[in-house]
Design a protein around this ligand. Structure first.
Ligand code: ADP
Ligand code: MG
Length: 450
């Protein structure tokens, strides 16, 4: 990004403003800022945990999309709480450090665009990915003849990029003359657009139509970009006619990608479509151990087990947790036990549910709506108090299974019929009011998980 961070964030905010009410805007975006942009990762600082939860749940996609429009290199977005007056958040400092710690000696081949850290020999196979792996090795053995096109899909951080690049690396290694190109969908789009601007679009087209193996990552990001889809469609046809190998990846199956033209979708579906699932516990353990070995570190068995138990759905996060432990180890030269591990990973690994009493519910609701607890206990009928109070009633009934009379007593001596009314009011409202639903979800999260 060339522009100063402040300016970028101002343009994001300007766009967000168009799509939400001004009350919401000032509640959730007040005192937010961009803290850092590093290797495509954008760190947004927010004033407190409520804003963090809210923005993560409601605005993640939207903000990411706007940022990507400003800069196609943006890959990911995180929200961090920054203490008032702090210069940079702790998270940003960590991200910088983590980046410096370059375990893998990244080398990207200029011609193929492939990164040499993604190989078959360091790709761990388990039941969650063995079908995808088998297809990938078959393709790498004989590109253009078995599974063509090959479409791999699966959730974030589950090894799609690793696997499709491993194919490219293997093919290129087997036969150096083969023309292989890997590209992310975003890069593909931005190259096309600058081709149009610089009048080099013919070069762009020809470059791709001459390939033997074309690998395009994360095609879900082509959503809504019709010109680019059109171009990909033509490149696909040109390659396919000549039995050249085409490999796609996406975070979802072709059917579930919206905003894609039907004829391109039917190309995605026209060969073999395979998913990568979630790894089971044993596999997660194996992955951790293999990665630790790769990085020349050995941890106590209970540490591997702890991480593998807690991080279930994302291999990148498994690696991230491991990296953090290694960072600590290097900086402190100190043995690592389970306690220390838990402490170091506390923001990555969600703590177990806590025991909750009515007071906690009251506190969280008051904090959420920026009210005083005693106002919720009083009987003022002010509009801004009535609903939060009813939410307390609702949660105490629904989540803590308290009786109506008990709730009435806890809320400053209210009649049980008042409580009943309040409870029903919220239950009713929840059926039609998305915003309320979202708020209650966030409140519940705060009450039960912090
Ligand atoms: P995706 O593209 O699906 O979001 P990536 O391919 O980027 O995921 O994988 C995330 C991280 O996890 C990478 O560092 C990758 O090397 C690692 N990884 C994923 N799957 C495996 C696997 N089966 N074996 C070894 N490392 C893996
Ligand atoms: Mg990927």
């Amino acid at each position: 990004m060339e522009k100063p961070l402040k300016e970028i964030w101002q343009s994001v905010l300007a766009q967000v403003k168009l799509s939400i009410s001004s009350a919401n805007f000032s509640t959730w975006f007040k005192n937010t800022d961009i803290d850092l942009i590093d290797s495509g990762k954008v760190v947004i600082s927010v004033p407190n945990n409520f804003s963090k939860d809210w923005l993560e749940n409601k605005y993640y996609k939207n903000i990411l999309k706007i940022l990507r429009e400003l800069d196609p290199n943006v890959k990911d977005l995180v929200f961090v709480v920054k203490k008032i007056g702090a210069k940079t958040s702790e998270a940003s400092i960590f991200i910088k450090k983590e980046k410096q710690l370059d375990f893998n000696n990244l080398i990207t081949n200029k011609e193929t665009n492939l990164n040499n850290r993604y190989r078959f020999d360091n790709f761990i196979v388990g039941s969650f990915n063995e079908v995808a792996h088998a297809a990938a090795t078959a393709v790498a053995e004989k590109p253009g003849s078995t599974y063509n096109p090959l479409f791999i899909y699966g959730g974030v951080g589950l090894g799609k990029t690793h696997l499709i690049q491993a194919m490219g690396n293997q093919i290129f290694q087997n036969e150096n003359k083969i023309k292989v190109r890997y590209i992310s969908s975003d890069k593909f789009s931005s190259e096309f657009v600058s081709g149009l601007q610089n009048k080099t679009v013919e070069d762009f087209k020809n470059k791709h139509k001459e390939l033997d193996v074309f690998i395009i990552d994360d095609v879900q990001f082509l959503t809504g970009r019709e010109k680019i889809q059109e171009e990909l469609f033509h490149i696909f046809n040109a390659l396919y006619e000549k039995n050249k190998q085409i490999i796609f990846s996406s975070d979802r199956p072709p059917k579930a990608i919206t905003g894609i033209m039907d004829r391109l979708r039917s190309r995605f579906e026209g060969g073999t479509v395979i998913d990568i699932n979630f790894p089971d516990f044993e596999t997660r353990l194996a992955i951790l151990k293999a990665k630790a070995q790769e990085k020349n570190i050995e941890l106590a068995p209970e540490i591997y087990e702890y991480i593998a138990k807690k991080i279930e759905r994302n291999i990148r996060e498994l690696e991230g947790a491991l990296n953090r432990l290694i960072l600590f180890h290097q900086a402190n030269n100190q043995g690592l036990d389970l306690e220390k591990t838990k402490e170091l990973l506390k923001d990555v690994i969600k703590p177990p549910l806590r025991i909750v009493n009515p007071r906690n519910v009251l506190q969280v609701v008051a904090e959420f709506y920026d009210l005083k607890e005693k106002d919720l206990l009083a009987s003022s009928r002010k509009k801004e108090l009535v609903q939060p109070r009813q939410i307390v009633m609702y949660l105490l009934k629904e989540e803590l299974k308290c009786s109506f009379p008990f709730i009435g007593r806890k809320l400053g001596g209210k009649d049980h019929t008042t409580v009943m009314y309040g409870y029903r009011k919220i239950a009713q409202e929840l059926k039609v009011n998305e915003k309320l639903k979202e708020e209650i979800l966030l409140i519940k999260k705060r009450v039960f998980v912090s």
